[in-house]
Design a protein around this ligand. Sequence first.
Ligand SMILES: NC(=O)c1ccc[n+]([C@@H]2O[C@H](COP(=O)([O-])OP(=O)(O)OC[C@H]3O[C@@H](n4cnc5c(N)ncnc54)[C@H](O)[C@@H]3O)[C@@H](O)[C@H]2O)c1
Length: 352
Amino acid sequence: MMTTRVAVIGLGSIAQEHVKAYQKNPLADLVAVADVDLARAKEGAARFGVPRATDSVEELLADPGIDAVSICVPNNLHASIAEAALRAGKDVLVEKPMSVSVAEAEALVTAAKETGRALQIGYVRRYAPNALVAKRFLDEGEFGSIYAARATILRAAGNPGGWFGDKEISGGGPLIDLGVHIIDLCWYLMGRPTAVNVSGAAFSPLGARDNIQHLTRYRAASATRVNNVEDYATAQIRFESGAVLNVDTSYSLHTRNETRVELFGDKGGVQIEPALHMVTERHDTLLHIEPQIDSLGFDFTVGFANQIDHFLRVVRREIEADAPAEHGLEMARMLTAIYESAASGSEVTITR
Ligand SMILES: NC(=O)c1ccc[n+]([C@@H]2O[C@H](COP(=O)([O-])OP(=O)(O)OC[C@H]3O[C@@H](n4cnc5c(N)ncnc54)[C@H](O)[C@@H]3O)[C@@H](O)[C@H]2O)c1
């Protein structure tokens, strides 16, 4: 069996999950890692037993001995590196968000078409068993027509600091970082409806909350002290079908941490997070259905392994990428419209 020769670009926090998942998958041979911080690349390569470490992305992309790359750099670099990789003939798994602008997303759709290479977005939540089960039930029509959904990730003190707080690099705060995961999950499970308009609001009264003590939090690998992103964003997205998606995300908010993803249909409803749970009605009685699966919550490790396996099968041309650049473009349209609406204080119509 021919293995896919993979390189991981950007060796910070999330890259380690890519590295471990490739190393566990028999379809992959992880041959190189790259990071602008050469010491970090070398240290990671030594720790994980990867044969090659470099600080030159160009050198990796020019190497015919590499078939596919995972892109795990800060958000503002996703699109340019992904496009360069596609044009160098590599298949690409790019971390979320695919891009920080609509124009970049359009360029990636074009590049994937022109090169015939595959682009898959790292929407890991789609591949966890809770979402896979929900999708199967939704596709079978168990919940009828879905007319509303709710996507919430609230963190009380969850600004990761570093480049995440710098809008120039991140493209925004919790909306583009956390919201992207759950907006995608709802949008995907709703059957990818066309967004027509959004109404959004964003607030920043609390800041990064670096003063908070005795509380462990996710931190970016590179330290920057800028914080000019929103603390909290809330939005309603309306789709052509008439369905709505309500989104709530925060890094800093006076709240209890909460993750909630729910879809409501005319025959039933399904909660995907915090735990898979279905509700319906039969013979004038409300029913709660608890699926018997290993983990009702979001199983990150299994989701990650499934996502990497999906990508490797895409590279082998056994299947098509099911989170292609077109999905990233729709996401860029929705996120951009929410930020525009928050800035203007008015509803924004999505033009395409
Ligand atoms: N799927 C998920 O659940 C998930 C979780 C965390 C992060 N992410 C995404 O992964 C990406 C990386 O996040 P992170 O938390 O690992 O950040 P990080 O800061 O820990 O790591 C980023 C790495 O990229 C390197 N880098 C920066 N510029 C580079 C360049 N031009 N070429 C090569 N390397 C470069 C940095 O030196 C750093 O090591 C982000 O886009 C983030 O949104 C996804």
